[in-house]
Design a protein around this ligand. Structure first.
Ligand code: ASP
Length: 311
């Protein structure tokens, strides 16, 4: 038995700002990425390989804020964070504040295979070159939609106006969690961060125990939301601790942490799976792009607070 779940960001996703076509595009995009992970698991691949493949697919889809289509900093640049963790042995790899590697999650995976856990900035890029990872040019990552979102945000700040954007224009992240046929779990997360973030700002995504976590004894989780809160609440490790020390189920632990985050202003959600293959996808915002797939290969996807639909 294997299972995989993904997210493409959480927040105030306004139904009125979505057309039937854009909703369908998100559902279809999520299904493609679920199937990329499913193909790996069907072929007997590990949870680590499956979450990596699913996140590569999400990074390649410009609808989502990671890799191609990442948001811009206040300085007009893109700075990406990514992390991956193996539940078998807590091996982990992360990169922060990078621009250039085509798939930041593959950079994180290469770091996991090294003696280090986290690399940032220029040193991380040098490591990626040495590891032979593919680089892409600025045109690959650029999208007009994200550029315009930055211009709108900079104009708002200049006018000191209230922030009325939907979260979908502000931030986003992609992530995957899986439980493979051998019973191992893994998690992967990748993001461009938050639109107009200060150059050098790092979110929760590459912080092991905050936005990304995996341990076979408890769960694998990947977060999306206002990263500063997820770091301060050590969201990933908090779910682990509730399961480990309080004996809570995956669903109870994940929901409790997401509710707690909501109460302090930390909008967002998480996806999580345990070694028994239970899946939890809680969020405290109006929506979270999300999906899950099991052995039968049926992709279940959702955007708002609604039951997932089969594609
Ligand atoms: N968690 C991400 C960050 O803070 C953003 C998001 O998931 O929306 O960088």
């Amino acid at each position: 038995m294997f299972t995989l779940a993904i997210h493409g960001g959480a927040g105030t996703i306004r139904r009125e700002a979505m057309t039937a076509e854009s909703e369908a595009a998100y559902h279809a995009g999520l299904a493609v990425c679920l199937k990329a992970g499913h193909a790996v698991l069907t072929a007997g691949g590990s949870a680590v390989a499956a979450v990596s493949a699913a996140v590569v697919a999400l990074e390649e889809d410009e609808l989502f804020n990671a890799g191609r289509g990442a948001v811009f900093t206040s300085g007009g640049k893109q700075e990406m964070d990514a992390a991956i963790m193996d539940g078998r042995n807590r091996e982990a790899g992360a990169v922060a504040g990078i621009f250039g590697p085509r798939n930041p999650i593959l950079a994180a995976r290469a770091v996991m295979a090294s003696e280090h856990v986290m690399l940032a900035g220029e040193g991380a890029l040098a490591f990626c070159r040495e590891a032979g990872l593919e680089f892409a040019d600025a045109a690959h990552f650029f999208t007009e939609k994200r550029w315009q979102a930055l211009q709108t945000e900079l104009a708002r700040r200049a006018a000191a106006a209230a922030d009325t954007r939907s979260d979908a224009d502000r931030h986003g992240t992609v992530g995957a969690v899986a439980r493979d046929a051998a019973g191992n779990v893994a998690a992967a997360t990748s993001t461009g961060g938050m639109t107009g973030k200060r150059p050098g700002r790092i979110g929760d995504c590459p912080v092991i125990g905050a936005g990304t976590w995996a341990d076979n004894n408890t769960c694998a989780m990947s977060a999306t939301g206002h990263g500063e809160y997820f770091i301060r609440w050590a969201a990933g490790h908090e779910i682990d601790a509730r399961m480990r020390y309080k004996g809570e189920t995956l669903t109870r632990a994940a929901e409790a942490v997401v509710t707690e985050l909501g109460a302090i202003g930390g909008s967002g959600g998480i996806i999580a799976v345990d070694a028994a293959g239970n899946v939890a996808l809680p969020f405290n915002s109006s929506g979270m792009y999300r999906g899950r797939i099991g052995e039968d290969g049926v992709a279940w996807t959702g955007i708002y607070k609604e039951a997932l639909r089969a594609l």
